[in-house]
Design a protein around this ligand. Structure first.
Ligand SMILES: *Cc1c(COP(=O)(O)O)cnc(C)c1O
Length: 482
């Protein structure tokens, strides 16, 4: 019986069709990019019902037949994308922005077209080396020795998860860990506690230590908690310090904490997802002194290296710890040795088949060098200081968190208001600020205080938009007068 072949090239794009498809996408994207500075900051705010309706229109069954790609992409970029936060805008100072360097999209295009297997050296030695080289650059930024290793993850959450697993395996091997303790602070990103629970730690094994008035975890606070747990017969295992907390950008006293973890024989993980790349600057370097003594570090290139979402990194000072946690092979894997110094990414991470994400970092860094990244980050430090100084002089504004890096938090205070009243007032101020659609700020809680954060990281954000931001805040405060 003869096999019936499907129509030739049903899924294969001819070179001309491929080019046409890319050009269609490019036409959409170049127009989109050009309009970025003028796009409203929160495309879901004008008409939330319309945004929900757009989302509902996309609940659809698996199509049996194809549609015109030009129409599909025009609909996506023109109709669906605008109903979202404009995370790429120079006015996006909510959460932790990065902007999304378009270079990374070009790297992704190349990576996906060549579609090589980059997590096993034997299958693509040069490309696997690019992954390893990029990880080495990150280790150099942290100040790690030659034996360190790093691997790219999809983000900070997976990096923190990987670090906790590495710590447990390095310190406990296959031992039971129900009597061990993990130390966080009340400013630690929630992904860390979430990761600890995923690994199998019970909530009773996780301590949220109180921070000081600058939202930093004090070494003596850690020391006291560790001693108390030891006295109670528990085994302190791991400390997670913050190098740039999400709430206020607070950087813990890393050298002081490293002294404690060295004396107490604990694993020190530094979550530098937001703050880490400020190590490229002299001020960041000084602030994060001691980070090179951490056993592991999380970095998020999709924040401080301005990449699009989907690129994080976990680094370990002793690379063997990652091997111990994630190593393993099987008979069906590509055979043959590797170069003595080479690393299989699959040997130091939970992932096997995955995208060639190293190229996203490699292309912009090779194109521009580190200099422009350093200058951009220095500029963000300056902008945050400038914004803090300007806001300090607005009557009624209290700076709750001065910028340590490029994040600050403030609120409006008014005599005679209790905490609930202040929260209502500041919610109203924030709504007014964001309603202008030139700026998006996000709120957070510092203890029982509702505050408004400004976080400046995007490579598109410069003095003009920050000055506009301060003016908008000033107006919103004035309009909120009783
Ligand atoms: C953003 C962030 C995370 C989480 O990283 P994702 O990339 O969003 O998964 C963890 N810790 C800190 C300090 C962060 O700023």
């Amino acid at each position: 019986m003869a096999m019936k072949a499907p129509a030739a090239s049903e899924l294969e794009l001819s070179p001309d069709r491929f080019r046409e498809l890319v050009v269609i996408a490019l036409e959409q994207l170049t127009a989109h990019l050009a309009s970025v500075p003028d796009q409203p900051l929160d495309g879901t705010a004008e008409d939330p019902a319309a945004s929900a309706a757009v989302a509902r229109s996309l609940r659809e069954p698996l199509p049996e037949h194809g549609a015109d790609p030009r129409a599909l992409l025009a609909d996506l970029v023109g109709r669906v994308v605008p109903h979202s936060f404009t995370t790429v805008s120079p006015g996006f100072m909510a959460y932790v922005p990065g902007g999304g360097l378009p270079h990374a999209a070009v790297a992704d295009l190349v990576a996906d077209i060549v579609n090589r297997y980059v997590t096993v050296w034997r299958a693509a030695p040069g490309l696997a080396q690019i992954e390893a080289t990029v990880a080495r650059w990150l280790c150099d930024i942290v100040g790690y020795p030659a034996g360190a290793l790093g691997v790219l993850t999809t983000g900070g959450s997976l990096a923190n998860l990987s670090a906790i697993i590495a710590a447990r395996r390095a310190r406990l091997g296959d031992e039971d860990f129900r009597d061990t303790v993990i130390y966080l602070s009340d400013q630690t990103h929630h992904s860390v506690a979430k990761a600890a629970v995923q690994v199998g730690f019970a909530p009773r094994q996780i301590r949220d230590l109180a921070t000081d008035e600058r939202f930093q975890l004090r070494p003596e606070t850690l020391e006291r908690a560790v001693r108390e747990d030891r006295r109670a017969g528990r085994r302190p295992l791991l400390v997670v310090a913050s190098a740039g907390s999400t709430n206020t950008g607070a950087v813990d006293d890393l050298a002081g904490l490293a002294d404690v973890t060295a004396a107490e024989d604990l694993w020190l993980h530094v979550d530098a997802a937001y703050g880490g790349f400020f190590l490229l600057t002299a001020r960041g370097r000084a602030l994060m002194r001691g980070i090179e003594r951490a056993d592991s570090v999380t970095l998020d290139p999709h924040k401080g290296m301005f990449l699009p979402y989907g690129t994080g990194a976990v680094l370990a000072r002793e690379g063997a710890a990652l091997r111990r946690a994630f190593g393993g092979s099987a008979i069906y894997m590509p055979e043959g040795g590797r170069d003595a110094e080479a690393v299989d990414a699959s040997d130091i991470s939970p992932e096997l088949s995955r995208d060639f994400r190293g190229l996203r970092l490699w292309l912009p860094l090779k194109m521009h060098g580190a200099g422009p990244f350093r200058r951009q980050l220095d500029e963000k430090l300056d902008l945050a200081r400038w914004a803090a100084d300007a806001l300090r002089h607005v009557p009624g504004i209290e700076l709750v968190a001065e910028p340590q890096l490029s994040t600050l938090a403030f609120r409006l205070v008014r005599p005679g208001l209790d905490e609930a009243g202040r929260t209502r007032l500041n919610r109203a101020v924030l709504e007014r600020i964001n309603a202008r659609q030139r700026l998006l700020l996000s709120p957070t809680m510092l203890g029982d205080r509702f505050v408004i954060r400004i976080c400046i990281v995007s490579f598109r954000t410069h003095a003009d938009r920050v000055a506009e931001a301060v003016a908008i805040v000033r107006d919103a405060v004035r309009e909120s007068a009783p």
